[in-house]
Design a protein around this ligand. Structure first.
Ligand code: VG1
Ligand code: CO
Length: 543
C-alpha cells in the first residue's frame, strides 16, 4: 500500500471540551483541520499501528466525508481493522457497545451531539477508549498536547471505498468492515430488558410517541420499538436522520422538542413520550402533559430498576453529575447503596463503572446510562422506562406522584444564558469565586447561605483531582444553586445556572416549577450579579 506523509503545522484551539472537540462545521472542513486532529488522536494514544477502531457518527453534514478521511488516515497509520456503521451512521451508545463487544482499541465518533448541524452548524469528533467510554482527561490532554507540536500526518493514497453497503474490503492493508448500525445494539437491549413484557404493554393498547428529532436514533427506535416490540407504525416521529436535523436543535428538552410537548399535551395524547438527541445518548421522557425532569427520571429509574432483568438485585451504586438534583441520593440512601457525585461529563463515570462501584449513572442534561456500555444511552433509558411501566402497571405520572409522596420532591430547573462574551462570563465566575468565603451566613431572597464552594472531584479509583467544576451555593432550607460555564458550545460562553429546592414528604408537590424555585432564582441573580455582568435580565433557555 502507498500512503503519503503530509507536512502540516499546529492549529490553535484543538482542545477537547466536555465531550470531544466541537467547532463550526466550516472550521472542521478547512484544509488539514480534521486531519491534524485525527493524527493527534493516533499519536496521543500510542499510534494506530495494528489497531482496530470503531468509526461512525450521527449523520450530520460532513459526516460521510469525514469518515472517508478517517478511513484513509487509519489505513495510512497502519491500523489493522475498522468497524464502520453503514452510511457512516452509529449512535454514540451503539459505538460504545461495538468497541466493547469486539474488543477494539477504541473508536472515533463524529458528533456535536445536541449542537445544530448543517453547513453553518457545528461538527465534532470524540475519541472513545477501549472500555467504550469517552477518553478520560489524561488522554484528551495527551491528544491536545500533540496538536501543539504536530508536523505531519499520514494518509493512504487509496480511496476509502463504499460505506453504503454492508460488507468488507481492504484499504491498503487495513480491513474495513461495514456493518448494520442497529443489529448489535438491538441484541444488547434484548439481553437487558423484558421484551415480552414490553410487547404485552403495546399489545394492550399502550401508546408511545418517540421523537427522534431527525437525528441518529431514528433507525434504532423504529427497528426496536415498532418492528420488534410492536408499537404501532408512526410511533417514532422525525425518524429519518437528516444532515441538518431538519433545521432544528437535536436537544431533547421541552424547548427544542416542542413538537413532542405539543403532542403530549394535546387531546388523545399517547401514554408516554420520549425524545433523544443528535447522537442518541440522551433522552427526555414525558407522561400526558407532564415533563419528567431528567433528575427525577434518574431517581425513579434507580428506584424501579429491579423490575428489569439486568438490574434485579444488581445495583452496586449510583452516580450523578454534581449539578444533577439530589433526588437520586435519597433513593440510594433508602436502598442502602452508595451515591457518587462527579463533575459534568460522562467521562467521569468511566472509572466507577469499570470498577463495578456504580451501576446506574445520570446527568441533569438528560443523560442516563448503566454499566451495559460506557456512554449515556437515550434509547436504553426509554426501554428501561417501558420495562418498568409494563411490569409495574401504574402510568408514569402516577408513579412520579407516588415517588414524591414517599421521598419528597426536588424542584429543579436549569437556566442557560447563551452566547455571552467569554470575558464577561469568566468575569462573572471569577467574581463569584472570589466571594465564596464571605457568603456563608448571608441572607438573600429570604434564605440563609449555609455553604459556598467550587466543586473539586477526587476520582475514588484513579485518584486524579479535577478542580473548578462549578460553584455550589447551598441554603439553610436545603435549596441550592450551581453555576458553571458550558464546555460544548462553539460560540462565546454559555452560563448554566442549576436551581434546586427540596420540598419534603407531606409538602406541596404540585407547584409550578419556576414559581417554586422563585427565591433560588432571585438568590442566584443577586449573588452572581448576572445582569450586571451579562446585560441579560433573563435566561435564553429554561428547561
Ligand atoms: C453538556 C451537558 C453535559 C453533557 C455534555 C455532553 O455539557 O451539560 O451534562 O455530558 O453536554 O453531552 P456542557 O459542558 O455544555 O454543560 V452530549 O449528549 O452533547 O455528548
Ligand atoms: Co449527545
Amino acid at each position: 500500500m502507498t500512503s503519503q506523509t503530509v507536512q502540516t503545522t499546529p492549529i490553535d484551539g484543538q482542545k477537547p471540551g466536555t465531550s470531544g472537540l466541537r467547532k463550526k462545521t466550516a472550521v472542521f472542513r478547512a484544509p488539514g483541520y480534521l486531519e491534524n486532529f485525527v493524527q493527534c488522536i493516533f499519536d496521543g494514544t500510542g499510534g494506530a499501528q495494528g489497531k482496530t477502531y470503531v468509526v461512525g457518527g450521527d449523520g450530520r453534514f460532513f459526516n460521510r466525508e469525514a469518515i472517508q478521511t478517517i478511513i484513509r488516515m487509519a489505513a495510512g497509520n497502519g491500523a489493522a481493522r475498522l468497524i464502520v456503521g453503514q452510511n457512516g451512521i452509529l449512535s454514540t451508545p451503539a459505538a460504545s457497545n461495538l468497541i466493547r463487544k469486539y474488543k477494539t482499541d477504541g473508536g472515533i465518533i463524529l458528533s456535536a451531539s445536541h449542537n445544530p448541524g448543517g453547513e453553518d452548524g457545528d461538527f465534532g469528533v470524540k475519541f472513545n477508549a477501549a472500555n467504550g467510554g469517552p477518553a478520560p482527561e489524561r488522554v484528551t490532554d495527551a491528544i491536545f498536547a500533540r496538536t501543539l507540536e504536530i508536523a505531519e500526518y499520514s494518509i493512504s493514497d487509496q480511496q476509502s471505498g463504499d460505506i453504503g453497503t454492508i460488507g468488507s474490503y481492504n484499504v491498503g492493508d487495513c480491513r474495513v468492515e461495514v456493518i448494520d448500525p442497529v443489529d448489535d445494539y438491538e441484541t444488547l437491549m434484548q439481553e437487558l430488558f423484558d421484551f415480552d413484557a414490553i410487547r404485552g404493554l403495546f399489545a394492550g393498547g399502550f401508546r408511545i410517541c418517540f421523537d427522534a428529532m431527525h437525528a441518529v436514533t431514528g433507525p434504532y427506535a423504529t427497528r426496536i420499538l415498532e418492528t420488534t416490540l410492536g408499537a404501532p407504525r408512526g410511533s417514532v416521529i422525525n425518524a429519518t436522520p437528516s444532515p441538518d436535523f431538519g433545521g432544528g436543535h437535536p436537544d431533547p428538552n421541552p424547548v427544542w422538542a416542542s413538537e413532542l410537548v405539543g403532542i403530549m399535551s394535546g387531546d388523545n395524547a399517547p401514554d408516554f413520550g420520549a425524545a433523544s438527541d443528535g447522537d442518541g445518548d440522551r433522552n427526555m421522557v414525558m407522561g400526558k402533559s407532564a415533563f419528567v425532569s431528567p433528575s427525577d427520571s434518574l431517581a425513579l429509574l434507580t428506584a424501579y430498576a429491579h423490575l428489569a432483568p439486568a438490574y434485579a438485585g444488581k445495583l452496586a451504586g449510583v452516580a450523578r453529575s454534581m449539578p444533577t438534583s439530589r433526588a437520586v441520593d435519597l433513593v440510594a440512601e433508602r436502598l442502602g447503596i452508595p451515591c457518587f457525585e462527579t463533575p459534568t461529563g460522562w467521562k467521569f463515570f468511566g472509572n466507577l463503572l469499570d470498577a463495578g462501584r456504580a451501576t446506574l449513572c445520570g446527568e441533569e442534561s438528560a443523560g442516563t446510562g448503566s454499566n451495559h456500555i460506557r456512554e449515556k444511552d437515550g434509547l436504553w433509558a426509554v426501554l428501561l422506562w417501558l420495562n418498568i411501566l409494563a411490569r409495574d402497571g401504574r402510568d408514569i405520572v402516577q408513579l412520579r406522584a407516588d415517588h414524591w409522596r414517599s421521598f419528597g420532591r426536588n424542584y429543579y430547573s436549569r437556566h442557560d444564558y447563551e452566547e455571552i462574551p467569554t470575558e464577561a462570563a469568566e468575569a462573572l465566575m471569577d467574581a463569584l469565586r472570589a466571594r465564596l468565603g464571605d457568603l456563608p451566613g448571608r441572607e438573600v431572597a429570604g434564605m440563609q447561605v449555609s455553604t459556598a464552594d467550587d466543586f473539586a472531584y477526587r476520582d475514588p479509583i484513579g485518584d486524579s483531582l479535577t478542580e473548578r467544576q462549578g460553584v455550589r451555593i447551598g441554603f439553610a432550607d436545603g435549596s441550592r444553586f450551581v453555576m458553571r460555564l458550558s464546555g460544548t458550545g462553539t460560540q462565546g460562553a454559555t452560563l448554566r445556572v442549576y436551581l434546586e429546592r427540596f420540598v419534603d414528604r407531606g409538602g406541596d408537590h404540585t407547584q409550578d416549577v419556576q414559581a417554586a424555585l422563585g427565591p433560588v432564582i432571585e438568590a442566584a441573580q443577586t449573588l452572581a450579579e448576572i445582569t450586571k455582568h451579562t446585560g441579560r435580565r433573563r435566561a435564553d433557555v429554561v428547561t
